[in-house]
Design a protein around this ligand. Structure first.
Ligand code: ADP
Length: 326
């Protein structure tokens, strides 16, 4: 049986990209594999959150995880910072990670461009911490979105380097995983790229209906098709992709056909998309409200999750230290 690990940074709330890229697959996998799902509160530190806001967003992300159907009776749900073995493994792995290769990671280069005043060492070694998160449980499957493909390729490099250097076959290679084969990239509402927290183009699971409607009605489109069967522009294609996540395939076909014969009305497409997103999030929001009101339950999930996760992480770290000569 393959071990599954995945996490979400605790920088606020979950958006549709997190759900369809990652959480949806977590929920399905918990029935078939030993699963570890964590809230990445160390990873959140690269952007220097206020302590109170870090605490609040950890709680919110946990509540939303549970509201989406992650079941702490089936899967191990925990907070990254509750496992001291993760930072220790991260430190050990850092000795085998080279500055040159880390500087070449596209997400790092992107951050250097976007936040030149905060290029901290944590950002540089982010892929090493992510590797530690995954291999601390010797996981081989990682349900994530397409944006994480390269990080997992690096994780495989680190794993192979470790196994090779110490002459062991200890860590399995971790692969990104999606039930529907292709890794998912959920687009944002601003016409290009992925939906993301830092991109400011996201629909959050806990957004008010009025906010969701407003965001979708303002989504970027184009001036409309001018002749039959013209190619679909990226912003419009993004709306089709979003609709395909929440509506029946026939509805997407309907709008694609309307685009092809130039009868499409973007206002109608957006209205339908907004209503479908609202029906999709309504039951999740209901559960968010219920779970959020239950402090004792939230505490219990985290305490028990940390206990269960440490059984696995402490075993791995003991073995790694021995392999390395401690
Ligand atoms: P964000 O990119 O919004 O900060 P995270 O980095 O915390 O979110 O990502 C958490 C998980 O959600 C990862 O598995 C990532 O692949 C997935 N994810 C985030 N955005 C998207 C997206 N737009 N499409 C698909 N998956 C996504």
């Amino acid at each position: 049986m393959e071990i599954v690990v995945s996490g979400i940074r605790s920088t606020g709330q979950l958006h549709l990209g997190n759900y369809f890229g990652a959480v949806k697959n977590f929920v399905r996998m918990q029935h078939e594999h030993p699963c570890y799902f964590f809230i990445a509160n160390y990873h959140a530190l690269t952007t220097h959150p206020e302590p109170a806001s870090l605490r609040a967003s950890v709680r919110q992300v946990l509540v939303e995880y549970l509201a989406c159907g992650i079941d702490p009776e089936k899967a191990v749900v925990y907070l990254q910072s509750d496992l001291p073995e993760i930072p220790e493994l991260y430190m050990l792995l850092n000795m085998h990670a080279y500055v040159g290769e880390l500087e070449k990671v596209p997400t790092f280069k992107d951050k250097v461009r976007k936040q030149p005043n905060n290029v901290n060492a944590g950002l540089l070694t982010y892929p090493v911490l992510m590797t530690a998160d995954v291999i601390i449980h010797k996981a081989s499957r990682v349900p994530v979105g397409k944006d994480q493909e390269q990080h997992l390729e690096m994780a495989r490099n680190f794993v192979n380097r470790f196994n090779h250097f110490y002459g062991v076959d200890y860590f399995p290679e971790p692969y990104p995983y999606n039930f529907g084969q292709e890794l998912v990239k959920v687009p944002g509402l601003d016409g290009s790229g992925k939906m993301g927290k830092s991109e400011g183009n996201a629909i959050y699971l806990s957004d008010d209906p009025a906010v969701i409607r407003k965001k979708i009605m303002r989504a970027v489109t184009d001036t409309g098709p001018t002749e039959p069967n013209s190619p679909v522009s990226e912003p419009v294609n993004n709306l089709f992709t979003l609709l395909s996540l929440v509506a029946a395939p026939e509805r997407v076909d309907f709008y694609k056909a309307a685009y092809a014969d130039c009868s499409i009305r973007y206002g109608d497409l957006k209205k339908e998309l907004a209503e479908e997103v609202l029906s999709f999030v309504a039951p999740i929001q209901e559960r968010i409200r219920e779970i959020s009101a239950d402090d004792a339950y939230i505490r219990k999930v985290l305490t028990e999750g940390a206990e269960k996760a440490r059984l696995s992480s402490s075993k791995t770290l003991r073995e790694v230290r021995e392999i390395m000569g401690f």
